[in-house]
Design a protein around this ligand. Sequence first.
Ligand code: ADP
Ligand code: ASP
Ligand code: MG
Length: 813
Amino acid sequence: MKVLKFGGSSVGSPETIKQVIDIIRSTRANGPCAIVLSAMQGTTDSLIEAGRSAERGDDGYIEILSNIGERHVTTIRELFDGDDHFAISDFVETTVKELEDLCEGVRLIRELSPKTLDRILSFGEIVASKIIAAKLTADGIDNEWKDSRQFIRTNSSHGFATVDFVETNARVKEHFDASPVGVHIFPGFISSDSNGYTTTLGRGGSDYTAAILAAAVDAEMLEIWTDVSGMMTADPRFVRNVRQISNITYREAMELSHFGAKVIYPPTIQPVMAKGIPILVKNTFDPDHHGTLIESESTEKAQMIRGITSIDKITVLSLEGSGMVGIPGFSKRLFDALSRASINVILITQSSSEHSICVAIEDKHASDAKNAVDREFEYEIAVGRIDPLGVENGFSILALVGDNMKEHTGVSGKMFTTLGNNGINIHAIAQGSSERNISAIISSKDVRKALNTLHEEFFSDGNKQINVFIAGVGTVGSRLIDQLQSQHQHLSDELRLNVRVVGIANSKQALLAGEGIDLDNYKAELTDAPAIDIAAFTDAIIEQNLRNSVFVDVTASSEVVGVYDKLLSKSISVIACNKVAASSEYEKYSRLKDTAREFGTNFFFETNVGAGLPVINTLNDLLRSGDRVNRIEAVLSGTLNFVFNNYDGSRSFAKVVRQAQTEGYTEPDPRLDLSGTDVARKILILAREVGHRTEMSDIANTAFLPESCMAGSVEDFYAEMERKEPHFRQLLDDAHTQGLTLKYIASFNDGKAAVGLQSIGPEHNFANLSGKDNAVLFYTNRYSEQPLVIKGAGAGADVTAAGVFADIIRAAR
Ligand code: ADP
Ligand code: ASP
Ligand code: MG
């Protein structure tokens, strides 16, 4: 015999009921079966609402009950032909009338006892199961409807009754032994106590009814028919790309359901596990799908983690106090007090100092728990040996479950690193001694992010999603967006990264879309986007709380730099193309690096030196591998290199600078390049990365640009350069007469950094540096004779954008 249970969504409409009938018909063809049915989806919630409304003394229940009646009657009309439906329609109408009377009673006395509520709730399962029994009869399938309350005996804990298995098993067996029918129909969820009053088995309890029956008759199989194709690696409502689990052990399924996998009601597994009866979870809407088989041993390839779950609405209780240390009995008294108040403890942790015990319970028990525990420890609290019970809400429990966890080291390390890298604070941790479960208490607002990021981490054939926010859509910003768009497929195929741009801001407006911005259209959309400043953009980024968030600054604004610290402290990576942060006061630069380290995130600014060239990374690799950098020599201005390479006297110096600006090699204000300030910032950053506490004012800068060029607007600057052409010509001629060429060189030697124009001979390392190229020479302990050379294009929107892109990928990985 098989026992099949159909959930609320399976019996939620006439169409789905027809599918249920088909499944029952084909099961029946292979032998007798017992069918357990839930109420139509949403009915139990509506019945509770009706009861509560009557209790408040309003008459809202009348409409609620009439809607429930209407829904059932409509379903019946669609299911039955001709006159077949009269009897069952009458039954529904009488039932609704009875419910109205009950609720009217509640309204008059303004009290809804758990006992009355159970009575009200029983109608959902009774009506749904009667409709299905009638439909089977109408379709010629032999069946018998039986009221589960005659068989399932419980104590009188209404709402969550405990089953008396001895009595129940005897009654069930007796019934099945005596009844020859092919299909036995039972309402789920309901039972009765020894006085014959209706009790219920807890929300979702129809699964349990089916398990109780299956165990009592030694069924060959228990089938749970629902609206998903079995158990998944995480709740499909919260996590995309979940995977279906084909095989799972009873113990794993029990842990998953206990920690929130609603697909099976937790107590369901125990009775069938004791008898070794397999459970098959199947999808009513995709009956050919193999579903999930739950049995004692799993045949599926040993995976480290089987699933990830969460439970919300958790309150954390903490019992603390110096008087607890070393004195036995505190925890016993705490748990006794909670148990006397019928409060179920979900998770416990105790620090080894014995200073505190932390207990997680459901929110709804919070005030009862506070009263019970403070009463228990009244004396100790009065004499100051322990503190009044701490009660905090707004939490969820996150659990990783898998039988094979004990054979793998590092699961918890990976779990906590992943959460930490995403700025998710862990309030408490518990690991079952069976090593089948690691749970953490986190803030409820972080749950979705935590589930998704852990799912990506542990079930890694799914792509890792990176959420990118970009400030600045000038030349580099636009190129970066183009590159992200054109490389999207490649990143997904080769690196398994799904890089989504979820925020784009210019100096006035911002676009935000948690699902990703359409990059074909962002320019137009940005024009129509709401006006928000960088502070509001930052708040929105934090508010979105997306996993693996990366903020990219492709502006030159110091205002934008002001938000880095806030972002980093939320574990959001900051990628700066903007040089302001790394070249501002040493204090600020080092604080940002410290914040990134403290919050387990990244502050990268590779493109601050040499555009897309891997200068800073190479330097860091040398240092990390134990090398020592003694000297740096570099041509770090693509602009100045371009200008001096192209200035041969045939055109004015001003015209050559103008060309560099038109081709996009200069800062927005070219004086930053020409004055050597930009080069000074870069060598400053390199000196700092080497480990020197250097300020901009420590850098010797021998300027070649006449002071008068620095005044006024950019146009004034060009005009003044034109007037000062003889000065530039002189510099050129002086070099040429000695057979030398002009290069603007930055150096760092013996802790001192300097920048300035130099005339170099043909043997010099930089002599052949053409166009807008940069070159950096690192003289280190390892590279002492011949320096390590990094050379290539050091300016230009494409290479700079590519450098930013590389930083994003590095942060992502
Ligand atoms: P029924 O009404 O059939 O009893 P439930 O709503 O109680 O159905 O349970 C099925 C739902 O459980 C699914 O629709 C899904 O949203 C949810 N669920 C939560 N966690 C999981 C999981 N790990 N695997 C599958 N479903 C899950
Ligand atoms: N109808 C009940 C509930 O909604 C029982 C069940 O569906 O399993 O909780
Ligand atoms: Mg259910």
